[in-house]
Design a protein around this ligand. Sequence first.
Ligand code: PMV
Length: 348
Amino acid sequence: MLTAQTPTNIAVIKYWGKRDETLILPINDSISVTLDPDHLCTTTTVAVSPSFDQDKMWLNGKEISLLGGRFQSCLRELRSRACDFEDEKRGIKIKKADWEKLNLHIASYNNFPTAAGLASSAAGLACFVFALAKLMNLKEDHSQLSAIARQGSGSACRSLYGGFVKWIMGKEENGSDSIAVQLADEKHWDDLVIVIAVVSARQKETSSTSGMQDSCKTSMLIQHRAKEVVPKRVIQMEEAIEKRDFPSFARLACADSNQFHAVCLDTSPPIFYMNDTSHKIISCVEKWNRSEESPQVAYTFDAGPNAVMIARNRKTAALLLQRLLFHFPPHSDTDLNSYVIGDKSILQ
Ligand code: PMV
């Protein structure tokens, strides 16, 4: 039995659109920041025993099916790479070939709302792959494991590293070069503070899988974004991260979030992930940034209404919270219900 913890990650250059649905190969590179595991993370315990009659999984205490293609792809990849395992003290010996026959039990727990646009699938699938890889004694490094996690949920591949992470889209048809790499570790830019405004903890209406499919089929903007905009933005974002250049970082992150939501609006039927409260938060941050010499806070929204804000330092984060509490007091007529605050951090 083994337990692992994996934090979620939030993209500052978004992944949206696949060129291969089964292997989960994206149409553009993306960049994310991994959050502090104390605030938004998945904890997964995995166990193996000859007495288990089938693979089983529980999420937040409820049994869920492992029959979906994505779980099956990950399990197949993991079992095919499993190695001999020996624990002399406890007299346990598992041969490589045994992993194909032995069944697994997997219990996973999210310390934050599931499927509400807070990248629960990223943390969940990354933890699933990481915990099982340890249990099965895989020799693969984090990058190779990221290619397995990617087949569970695209954004999961970025949660195998802390700090700033790039998911390289790759060129190969078999996906072997579509992997995550660490751009900078969690200590590189440790003055940044992430504040998440939980606008709604409800599950989103349009899953990212079906949203991406619809965007790829119907939006003209998505192709322009993938081919003309993101490649340049990724280079600029890497530079901003390397130089800890907050004004460029904030400008790129906000523009990319807004373009991702513009692609959602350009989809038929249009997809509305943000709501009125999300829009009010954007206006509030934009107004503040424009009233200062340079931006103080970056914002980004995934496939849901919750705002992820990145403040340039602790002092700015404290001011941001004051402003948010003034404009959006909890239990007011907005549907904003709580705040999560934390430093960005690393996978443990
Ligand atoms: O990996 P998925 O299927 O949960 O898709 C994630 C899509 C976004 O969160 C909107 C963007 C991203 O890069 O994480």
